[in-house]
Design a protein around this ligand. Sequence first.
Ligand code: ADP
Ligand code: MG
Length: 236
Amino acid sequence: MRFSMHVLLSIISLSKTYRQLGHIVEVFHDVSIEFQQGKSYAIMGASGSGKSTLIHLLAGIDTPSAGYIRLTTEKLSCEKYESFTPQKKAEFFQKNISIVFQQASLFAELTVLENVMLKAILAGTVTEQSLQHARNLLTEVNLLNKADAYPAMLSGGQQQRVAILRAIFIVPQFLLVDEPTGNLDDVSSQQVIDLLMHYQKKYNMGLIVSTHSKVIADRMEELCVVKDKKLDLIVV
Ligand code: ADP
Ligand code: MG
């Protein structure tokens, strides 16, 4: 268990524009907000309001047009973070923040076990310990018997749970999840959200979930609404 209430994922004076067919579309305008490790947040908003964009920005896989995003810990001050090179910042994000995409996006040609330990495979750091960690995660969700199966052999809900394990594998400080239950039935949705809450508590992560579901939003501690290029944190 980690007790690091001072780990913050912060958005500072951020604006985001996209270019669409020669037009500039502004999705966020001068937004500032702070997410804390150990807390859970629902991101709600109409289709096209910018929920996926926000999740991608927070994960460091899309870049702000203005302003910035910062991850600071008790050991890492703002000043020190700002002194990092862009490459070092990207590495720091990858080590501490994981994302679960809207589509489970598992690699079809890798087994379930390999998908779970993808980050170790990519980093070239596969050890007996990392293998065991991946097997333990699969055991926790009753999918160890699928370790050597390929994603196509799994149901949508099972694939989504494997995608969550893949994100959890590195024990991130923040887990970002984009509409996890969009394509799932009620029972599978419930399993997915239970799993997210389980790991949020177990690892004391910050959990940020974009969703259309009021039922899911009610499970989170805080509600953040995306509207008119702004983000409003609504204390519930
Ligand atoms: P949501 O997830 O809330 O449905 P998105 O973040 O996907 O919203 O999209 C917000 C707005 O940004 C939409 O108008 C969308 O068309 C636009 N947008 C998103 N991604 C891109 C992109 N890569 N290029 C151009 N426009 C984009
Ligand atoms: Mg979206």
